[in-house]
Design a protein around this ligand. Structure first.
Ligand SMILES: [Zn+2]
Ligand SMILES: [Zn+2]
Length: 437
């Protein structure tokens, strides 16, 4: 105990941090028994690159993915006596090209891709989890055509809003279904990512989408897929893991099984917010946990690969779930400092992109600070947060000086993120984590 079936590293994913080996070492330190390495597949159109990948040739992304497979298998062998590493990938479904290329990639991998985390991050080719504004852009694409001169003064009605959202949700769940149908991913990644920026959304209000959800859950459960209980939602500000309670209920009704994932983007996020998982699982009625394992004698799974689910006995009774968080004070202190330094380096940005990276780094540090419960780190974090407040101000200021951008919507979104980050850092500073100090 415990496991994670979904992770990234800065070595092979530009919006993550740390080397793949650092990630593995941290998982070993926390005594994970199973840890899945699942970098994103390459993307195949220049417009689908992440902002931090701008200018990277598409061929380089493919070469980077190949290098990931080699390194992941090297680590799997090297640490085999300390941890079970599973080597997989996280899918993309932006256009049909992604499906065709995934087919080719799996055929060429010669079994080195042991399993798939089946995720959808785009609807109509637009990212749904990048930031609020991009999400709204996606949602807008589902609204009726622009109003004519006659109707211009009439604001969009509630029912139009509702219809746009429902059509968006249906498109998301149709893409998810297509992905499952074609590739039978062993793990269904963050099932309800489509409501990342609408955490209060209840699918019961969207009957057409709800029907597709049930269809997808039933299909996945029938071919033996496992559903992620993904802790990343906590760091995105949810009071829940993915999926939310209403989806969990359907998964349980359909006999679906759950696996744990931290969806970490670097060593600092390995196991992040796992301490909130048992309470959430109890709240939504998840009593059983499963994990993927290699078994040579059970034949092939529905996708023709070798990993099969194993039931974890008494999943919540392991000491991992009850031990005091932050037992490794030295480690927490080290990562907090490291992230703060990184944030500082990026806080003298010369363009919008580095502002975005700075803001993201600041958010990571705050996350680290608020998830550490050991007293010395709390004290240490206090002084770090002072730095962060300054950095956030620098980042915000540079938003106004780097205004040569043609994309005002993104500027507004960075501005929003920067001010949010500043507010959280102020809050962290104002409320001491450890009053005794
Ligand atoms: Zn994902
Ligand atoms: Zn991921």
């Amino acid at each position: 105990m415990p496991q994670s079936h979904h992770s990234h590293s800065g070595q092979f994913c530009k919006h993550a941090t740390g080397t793949l080996e650092d990630v593995v070492l941290e998982a070993i330190r926390q005594r994970f028994d199973t840890f899945g390495l699942t970098e994103h597949v390459p993307r195949y159109r220049p417009q689908d690159l992440y902002p931090e990948e701008e200018g990277i040739p598409l061929d380089t992304l493919r070469a980077q993915f190949d290098a990931f497979l080699i390194e992941a298998h090297r680590l799997k062998m090297k640490y085999a006596d300390q941890i079970t590493l599973l080597v997989g990938l996280e899918t993309e479904f932006i256009t049909q090209t992604d499906m065709d290329e995934l087919d080719a990639l799996l055929a060429a991998s010669g079994g080195r891709v042991e399993y798939l985390v089946g995720s959808v991050h785009h609807v109509r080719g637009i990212p749904i989890d990048f930031d609020q504004d991009t999400f709204l852009k996606c949602l807008d694409s589902f609204r009726s055509p622009a109003p004519t001169a006659l109707t211009q003064s009439t604001p969009a009605s509630t029912s139009e809003e509702h219809d746009a959202m429902e059509t968006f949700l249906c498109a998301y769940f149709d893409a998810q279904h297509e992905l499952m149908r074609c590739f039978h991913p062993e793990v269904i990644g963050h099932f309800d990512l489509c409501r990342l920026y609408r955490p209060a959304l209840r699918f019961a209000d969207y009957p057409a989408a709800l029907a597709l959800i049930r269809r997808n859950v039933r299909f996945a459960a029938t071919y033996g897929a496992l559903f992620e209980l993904n802790a990343a939602a906590f760091r995105k500000g949810w009071d829940a893991a993915y999926p939310g309670a209403d989806i969990v209920e359907i998964i349980l009704q359909e006999g679906g099984r759950f696996v744990l994932s931290d969806d970490s983007h670097g060593p600092h996020a390995v196991g992040l917010n796992y301490h909130r998982i048992p309470e959430y699982a109890r709240r939504v009625g998840i009593a059983e946990l499963w994990a993927l394992e290699r078994q040579s004698d059970t034949g092939l799974n529905a996708a023709g690969r070798r990993l099969v689910p194993r039931r974890i006995t008494s999943p919540w009774e392991h000491p991992f779930w009850t031990r005091e968080r932050g037992t490794s004070e030295r480690y927490a202190r080290k990562t907090t400092t490291w992230m703060a330094m990184r944030a500082h380096a990026f806080a003298v940005p010369t363009n919008r992109k580095s502002v975005a990276v700075a803001v993201d780094a600041l958010a990571h540090v705050l996350n680290q600070v608020s998830s550490s419960s050991c007293a010395a780190v709390g004290l240490h974090a206090g002084s770090m947060v002072k730095h962060l407040r300054m950095n956030a101000r620098v980042a915000r200021k540079s938003l106004h000086t780097a205004s040569s951008s043609p994309d005002d919507a993104s500027d507004a979104s960075y501005e929003y993120n920067a001010s949010q980050t500043e507010r959280s850092s102020e809050a962290a500073f104002a409320v001491p984590k450890h009053p005794a100090l």
